[in-house]
Design a protein. Structure first.
Length: 472
């Protein structure tokens, strides 16, 4: 089994050695070394260097391609703008580098649902949208499950789905004849086929090669079988695979997380190429054998299983419950994990205007750390306060850590006041500063010439503070 070097072992020098080394700048970089550094940081693609694509450099190009190959293969589902990239992971732990391609959240429909229900579930999936610290959280895919056992029925539903949405989808059936009927309904849609198992793998492999679509390999709680099927399928010519080690509830939860972790560890730490494919989790398993349990309990179980699997390496999740309250925690958690730990989550500094402030309105400031900014902005906005808020460049630090680490200084606040143009908008010269920046209040007054009022430590208290203390 072939093994490859981890991301940590790859240095710019390794890349540089294989580049043309002409410093021609065609890639937009100053020289080949700068390009090599960007390549290692995944800030630029290898194909941006045109000279490396020339015939005489083919050997180096292929070597570089192989060196840069992620531990977990990137597999694309769907076509066009909404096509979804799965996997493409370089590292096991986010802090080792960063995670690419956020877990695709997928909602199911079945071929036995009334048409109206199918349409409404798809619309709800498409319309799910939540603003969170400057990001829009969305859902990604539709899973079309054949529960009828009827190929024609399945085909008709796939056709319907392909007509009403351009979200990518999964075709779920273990029956190859039914899967083919689904593929024929939209032959160019590049859906994910779910799934090949130890019994149907040959037929499914043929479909995947014939329709050029990715294929899920399923071996519930049997990693040896899973890996050996990957070996067989790749030898058969199927290159885009997604692994399903099984998702189990209750006493099976530990086993589920363990299997996901072992596969990802084998790929990222062990360099096992047969384990280096995206992983699919199926939290909707929570609905199996639901019995008398209330829907809310099942939705909650499904949501916590989804959250655990987002953390434990799932690249795609299939869910049945589509309530916002159940999906939102998973979507937020996903966002938190998939931000780049090398870059602070920050907003652009400058003057923000809330409501319709006039020359007597309060002027406040906060840091440009996204979480701080959006918390303060939401407290001002939701209380319908007319105010000016100066966002100070703190390199993404919060208020207290910014003050402690000298990222939030009186100089920066004074400069931000000047640059904001707020002096032309208000006739007073009073600045309300966050309570956690009180240490630098004197210095701010000195450098800015503004009178400083130390505001609350928590922005939720801003409305009350303004009522009690604001006098222009
Ligand atoms: S285009 Fe290629 S050869 Fe030219 S500077 Fe960039 S990396 Fe070097």
């Amino acid at each position: 089994m072939s093994k490859k070097a981890g991301i940590k072992e790859l240095s710019p020098i390794d890349v540089y050695k294989l580049l043309p080394k002409t410093n021609c700048k065609e890639c937009g970089q100053e020289n080949c070394m700068a390009f090599a550094t960007k390549i290692v940081n995944r800030e630029i693609t290898l194909d941006s260097c045109k000279p490396i694509l020339k015939k005489e450099n083919e050997k180096s190009y292929l070597k570089l391609k192989d060196m840069l190959k992620p531990a977990v293969k990137e597999v694309i589902v769907g076509v066009g703008e909404k096509a979804k990239k799965l996997g493409g992971k370089l590292v096991m732990y986010r802090h080792e580098f960063t995670y690419f391609n956020p877990t695709a959240l997928t909602i199911d429909v079945t071929d036995e649902m009334p048409e109206q229900e199918i349409v409404s579930r798809i619309k709800r999936t498409e319309n799910f949208s939540f603003e969170y610290i400057g990001y829009t959280l969305k859902l990604d895919m539709i899973a079309i499950r054949c529960t009828s056992g009827d190929a024609e029925k399945f085909k008709a539903v796939v056709k319907k789905v392909s007509e009403i949405t351009n979200l990518p989808y999964i075709l779920c059936t273990l029956n190859a004849a039914i899967a083919e009927a689904g593929l024929m309904a939209a032959p160019k849609a590049n859906p994910l086929l779910y799934a090949a198992n130890s019994e149907n793998w040959k037929d499914m492999a043929e479909l995947a090669t014939m329709y050029h679509c990715p294929l899920v390999v399923s071996a519930p709680n049997d990693l040896n079988l899973l890996v050996s099927m990957v070996k067989t399928l790749t030898a058969y010519g199927v290159t885009d695979l997604v692994l399903d080690p099984g998702t189990f509830m209750n006493e099976g939860l530990g086993t589920t997380l363990n299997n996901f972790t072992m596969l990802r560890r084998a790929a990222c730490k062990g360099g096992e190429e047969l384990a280096g494919y995206p992983l699919i989790g199926v939290p909707m398993i929570a609905w199996v054998g639901k019995g008398e349990a209330a829907d809310e309990i099942i939705k909650w179980k499904e949501a916590y299983l989804a959250s655990m699997l987002v953390v434990r390496y799932a690249d795609i999740l299939v869910m049945h419950g589509n309530d916002g309250w159940a999906l939102l925690p998973t979507a937020v958690l996903r966002q938190n994990i998939y931000t780049d730990p090398r870059k602070p989550v920050a907003v652009a500094p400058g003057l923000k205007v809330f409501g319709t402030p006039d020359e007597n309105s309060p002027v406040l400031f906060t840091s440009n750390f996204a979480l701080t900014y959006y918390t303060v902005a939401s407290d001002i906005e939701s209380n319908k306060i007319n105010a000016y808020l100066i966002v100070v460049e703190t390199e993404g630090s919060a208020i207290d850590s910014g003050v402690a680490g000298r990222k939030l200084t009186a100089e920066r606040v004074a400069d931000a006041i000047k640059a904001s143009g707020v002096e032309d908008k208000v006739k007073h010269r009073k600045l309300i500063i966050p309570g956690k920046a009180s240490r630098i209040s004197g210095e701010i007054e000195e450098l800015s010439g503004w009178k400083v009022q130390v505001g609350p430590r928590d922005s939720s208290e801003i409305p009350k503070y303004l009522i009690d203390k604001w006098q222009p």
